[in-house]
Design a protein around this ligand. Structure first.
Ligand SMILES: [Fe+2]
Length: 381
């Protein structure tokens, strides 16, 4: 009987490990994955509560990012400065700790218990580390039925901590690289805009409008992020257009207009050379096709309807709206309300109706002043 029970318990533990590794390799948001893993650990190992502590980027504090148990909501966002308590100690030594009576332990930090009105008895704490990098700690509190955590509990917790640490490390590296990439793209775009005082901030605004439209039509978060980068780079080809032409006040001759139109293909050519190529594909399309129009009156290929790539259909609306509402040497620019009327006039002919509708609802929400527009999921660094 006892053997069957033990076997069941082992099976349960293996299932937890298997499920955790499946989740960590999926594309779910990391916070949700950690939350699930912690919950499973609390269940399988049998603890009253559990907390996942993650180190800040500068490594000065550990912050509770996920918690289960009676004081879970209170402990979230509690911070432990470097060196305080057992969660820091396991990180510093790299060794897991099993403690039978926390109150008797010299490293136990009473402050958190007192703050939360929770009584900690037994404890199991394991470090989250990749090589020497201290990423955080996983802590289980109060083994059920007044028992103590076992050697076997500790091994399972360590196995889960190891996998979680790797996933956390990868995601932090990805975030850092992504932040660096976005800031370089923004710098590049602002250098480009700065060539002409009348277009200062154009790329940033077009990127914001495009992102807002994408959120309104409910594109996935990863697509929104890709679109934001593509929109920042949509006019990159203007690098290849002479200043006199770009900044020329008044009407352009047919020849000059054709020269300016080339910024689309020049931009696509520049971006097509950037690596990794598959990550640049949609930016290439956007730079090339953002002046295409639904009725085939655009350039450079006179594409129609859905033959125009999705990102280019979005950026096309954002770009046109910003161009209309920005002052130029030869025109003072429309108000945002007038710009909205102009978009409506061209709805379905030049611009895709659902993009125009999305932009209209954004403009209505901010009462035709986009500087005040608030979106919950604003993608920013
Ligand atoms: Fe353009």
């Amino acid at each position: 009987m006892e053997d069957t029970k033990q076997l069941e318990q082992r099976m349960q533990e293996l299932m937890t490990l298997w499920d955790a590794s499946k989740q960590l390799n999926s594309h779910l948001e990391l916070e949700k994955v950690f939350d699930n893993i912690l919950w499973q650990m609390v269940q399988v190992i049998g603890a009253e509560a559990g907390t996942l502590w993650v180190a800040d980027t500068d490594g000065a504090n550990l912050r509770a990012v996920s918690a289960h148990g009676p004081a879970a909501s209170e402990i979230l966002d509690v911070e432990l400065p470097k060196g305080q308590g057992i969660v820091w100690k396991v990180l510093e030594t790299g060794q897991a700790e099993r403690i039978e009576d926390a109150a008797e332990h010299p490293d136990w930090n009473q402050r958190v218990d007192q703050q939360l009105g929770f009584v900690t008895r037994s404890l199991l704490t394991v470090p989250l580390m990749v090589k020497d990098q201290q990423l955080g700690s996983l802590q289980l509190l109060n083994k059920q039925d007044g028992k103590f955590f076992t050697e076997q509990d500790m091994r399972l917790a360590q196995a889960l901590a190891q996998q979680s640490a790797l996933a956390l490390h990868n995601s932090q590296m990805y975030d850092e690289l992504n932040r660096m990439l976005i800031s370089m793209i923004r710098t590049l775009a602002s250098v480009l805009d700065a060539r002409d005082p009348y277009t200062a901030g154009h790329s940033e605004r077009v990127a914001d409008y495009s992102l807002w439209i994408a959120q309104k039509i409910e594109l996935e978060q990863s697509e929104c992020e890709e679109l934001y980068k593509a929109a920042l780079l949509h006019d990159i080809g203007k690098i290849g257009i002479r200043d006199e032409l770009l900044q020329k006040p008044g009407r352009l001759s047919q020849e000059e207009f054709e020269a300016i139109q080339k910024h689309t293909t020049i931009g696509a050519g520049i971006l097509a050379n950037m690596e990794p190529r598959h990550a640049m594909e949609r930016s290439v399309e956007t730079a090339k096709s953002h002046h295409e129009r639904m009725d085939g009156s655009g350039y450079p290929e006179r594409l129609t309807g859905e033959a125009i790539p999705l990102f280019a259909r979005i950026v096309g609306v954002a770009d046109a709206f910003d161009a209309m509402t920005t002052a130029r040497p030869y025109s003072k620019g429309l108000t945002q309300r007038e710009g909205a009327e102009e978009l409506m006039r061209c709805r379905g002919s030049l611009f895709e109706d659902r993009m125009v509708d999305a932009m209209m609802s954004i403009l209505e929400e901010c009462d035709y002043d986009t500087s005040t527009y608030k979106t919950e999921r604003r993608y920013r660094i």
